[in-house]
Design a protein around this ligand. Structure first.
Ligand code: PLP
Length: 302
């Protein structure tokens, strides 16, 4: 299994050791697994550079506090583990996830305070939200009535693993002959999808849902790009009807940057081709990343 390139498919850090990705395991009784009691953050590496690494670490550590997780690794140690994972894999473009699971109390107890929380991380080759051919022509997305887990139940600014709503929404999307799903909120307005935030453009102005969503790092990046490109962008409420009447729709994610949506429920968005603002912002996103914008080189001594 390991051979002379043990990390060619990826590498994980768990149980205080580095493992070839296929050999990494978490204990079956960990409540991270049994109860989705976990927090994660995912940072990408492109052209040998982490993107917004410190912002991802800020979000991860803040959310660990919100969930009352306590781990022995401090920020600097976590940073070093992430660098080491990418170095071992040797990937120029990578998908790097850090996470904490609750662990579990001694058998017989259900006292959360007795859990030893565990830090894990892994590195895989860069993952795209959709393959290149689909990114070029734009996705066909289904707008589902399934409600994204409400903010009052689980804080959406935590990057959590409560994904059954997304998973079932995806099956609904496949059954409808579409490729991905956008969930709605308790009022029936647009929320977010599995691994992405949603944007639309109308008459040259961009809009994205203001609440009930993860404050995505790419979403934040889109706000910054809009300022640079001179585009107006507002956080607001978007109904499915408004999204259907958009000139352009795109998704934002660490797994792909800006990904166009050119059909909603099999109906073309405007002319059905990738919009100009989407193209301009996406080009700007990737060009700036190549130039090292918000970048930290993987081979930096830290
Ligand atoms: N919304 C959800 C539910 C997500 O899981 C993600 C990323 O995985 C996003 C939005 C996009 O966030 P980011 O831009 O930080 O990748």
């Amino acid at each position: 299994m390991t051979g002379d390139k043990p990390y060619k498919d990826g590498c994980a850090f768990t149980g205080d050791k580095y493992w070839p990705i296929a050999e990494a395991k978490i204990p079956i009784l960990d409540w991270g697994f049994l109860r989705s009691d976990a927090n994660q953050d995912t940072v990408s590496v492109w052209n040998g550079m982490f993107f917004r690494l410190e912002d991802h670490l800020d979000r991860f550590l803040k959310n660990n506090e919100k969930l009352r997780f306590s781990i022995s690794q401090n920020r600097q140690t976590i940073r070093q583990i992430l660098f080491e994972l990418v170095r071992r894999c040797g990937f120029q473009n990578a998908y790097v996830q850090m996470l904490v699971t609750r662990g579990r109390p001694p058998i017989g107890s259900r006292d959360l305070r007795l859990c030893e929380n565990r830090f894990h991380a892994f590195c895989l080759p860069y993952i795209w939200l959709a393959p290149e051919e689909i990114r070029n022509r734009g996705l066909n997305a289904h707008i589902s009535n399934i409600q994204r887990i409400p903010s009052k139940s689980v804080d959406p600014t935590i990057k959590h693993y409560h994904w059954l709503d997304f998973q079932m929404g995806l099956f609904e999307a496949y059954d409808a002959g579409t490729e991905t799903v956008i969930l709605t909120d308790s009022q029936g307005n647009i929320a977010e999808g599995p691994g992405f935030n949603v944007f639309m453009a109308k008459d040259g102005v961009l809009f994205t849902p203001s609440s009930g969503v993860l404050e995505g790092m790419t979403r934040r990046t889109v706000f910054e790009l809009c300022e640079m490109e001179g585009f107006e962008c507002h956080e607001t409420t978007i109904s499915p009807k408004t999204l259907h009447s958009a000139d352009e729709v795109f998704l934002s994610s660490t797994a792909g940057g800006l990904v166009p949506v050119t059909r909603l429920d099999n109906v073309p968005v405007s002319s059905g081709s990738v919009g100009k603002m989407t193209l301009q912002l996406n080009q700007s996103y990737w060009n700036k990343r190549l130039e090292g914008w918000h970048g930290t080189p993987v081979d930096d001594e830290n």
